[in-house]
Design a protein around this ligand. Structure first.
Ligand SMILES: [Zn+2]
Ligand SMILES: [Zn+2]
Ligand SMILES: [Zn+2]
Length: 391
């Protein structure tokens, strides 16, 4: 005796049909209870007993194939303990036959998509509920794309590139891209008087810079080697005199105020005045020069003959610290006949009496002041000429 035990397929809601093998004699209690998708069942005539609620609540059951005769079927249903099996008896009973042989007809769906590295699953399903699956091989990466720069190189650090999979994050052929190196732009800075010159190399990409090719500071020219020329002759005026100076160095005429400054000293009174040239800008050092301030033109006051064979020449006192005066007389206007000169030292003496002259003769006289500097006498201009006839 072969039986299918209690509850064997209980609540198998995916079960749609079943053929109970020939030789089974007993279907025990509740074997197919709640198999709500069950539509077809084949029962062999070897079965002699169907248990309580064996097909209970099999609401979808429509066809029962029984290999025995109608009599045998009713004998089984009546004699068997077939309580609570209305679903079985309500179905269409096909006597003397098994369920028609079913040829599976599958439809397939991809139940798991394959990826580059993981296989997928294709599932085949027949209406009868029969299913099987097939493996879909992993697709493999697709590295046919162009290079992708993963890390840009910089002036000093390497970058990298690779081929990216068109479907996933995978990378292939990771390759180093060498550092680009700096792209220097050179600038030459000329030296100044205060700073060295140099070449500055600056990277136009990252800004890094360095200097080299230093050149020494410029040297300021020494103005003490200059040639100084003082303009014109200076004559006492009572005011401070500042004659123009020309400063030449190395064949070049320097510019006052830009290349040098000028200071004057002792430049009012007659005598030697001092000039100090001080280098400026591109020039350094000092250079001194002098110039002479000559006495002003003397003003003759009078020429008289106070006594026989005498004349007396008088002039206005000269300002500016003169050393003395020179008086010249002659018997003609050109001072070529009987010319005589007399030196009158001292500033305060303002007349000269000349004796021993010819009687009743016209004498011409003129006066000039002088200033002695060292061993040299510097003369002022002659006064106007005045004349007198001697007594
Ligand atoms: Zn099928
Ligand atoms: Zn991939
Ligand atoms: Zn750089």
């Amino acid at each position: 005796m072969t039986s299918i035990g209690d509850y064997t397929f209980w609540d198998c809601t995916s079960l749609t049909s079943i053929t109970i093998p020939d030789g089974v004699t007993s279907i025990e209690w509740a074997v197919f209870s709640y198999c709500t998708s069950l539509t077809s069942v084949t029962i062999p005539n070897s079965v002699t007993s169907i248990g309580y609620s064996a097909f209970g609540d099999c609401a979808g059951l429509t066809d029962v194939y029984y290999t025995g005769t109608e009599d045998e079927w009713w004998n089984l249903v009546i004699s068997g303990t077939s309580n609570n099996n209305e679903c079985l008896t309500n179905a269409t009973i096909h006597y003397n036959q098994s369920a028609p042989v079913h040829t599976h007809s599958y439809t397939s769906t991809i139940t798991k998509q394959p990826t580059c590295t993981e296989p997928g699953v294709q599932t085949y399903i027949c209406k009868c509920g029969e299913t099987y699956t097939e493996v879909i091989p992993a697709l493999g990466h697709d590295f046919s794309n162009e290079w992708t720069i993963d890390v840009e190189p910089t002036c000093t650090t390497a970058g990298s590139k690779s081929h990216h999979c068109s479907s996933c994050e995978a990378k292939s052929d990771v390759t180093e891209i060498p550092a680009t190196g700096h792209k220097f732009v050179d600038k030459t800075i000329a030296p100044t008087y205060d700073a060295e010159g140099y070449t500055e190399h600056t990277c136009s990409v990252c800004g890094y810079s360095y200097r080299d090719n230093y050149t020494p500071k410029k040297e300021r020219a020494d103005i003490s080697k200059a040639t100084v020329t003082v303009a014109a002759t200076s004559v006492y005026t009572g005011k401070a005199l500042k004659p123009t100076v020309t400063v030449k160095l190395g064949g070049k005429t320097l510019k006052s105020g830009t290349d040098y400054t000028v200071a004057y000293k002792s430049n009012t009174n007659c005598g030697k005045a001092n000039i100090t040239i001080t280098g400026k800008g591109n020039y350094t050092g000092t250079k001194t020069a002098t110039f002479i301030i000559k006495p002003a033109k003397t003003t003759i006051s009078s020429v008289k003959s106070p006594k026989t064979k005498q004349i007396k020449v008088k002039w206005k006192k000269s300002a500016g610290g003169v050393t003395g005066h020179e008086v010249m007389i002659a018997t003609n206007k050109k001072f070529s006949k009987n010319k005589k000169t007399y030196t009158v030292s001292g500033t305060s003496t303002t007349s000269k009496t000349i004796t021993g002259l010819k009687k009743g003769t016209t004498y011409y006289a003129k006066v000039r002041a002088y200033k002695t500097v060292g061993k040299t006498k510097y003369y002022g201009a002659w006064s106007a000429v005045k004349s007198v006839k001697t007594k």
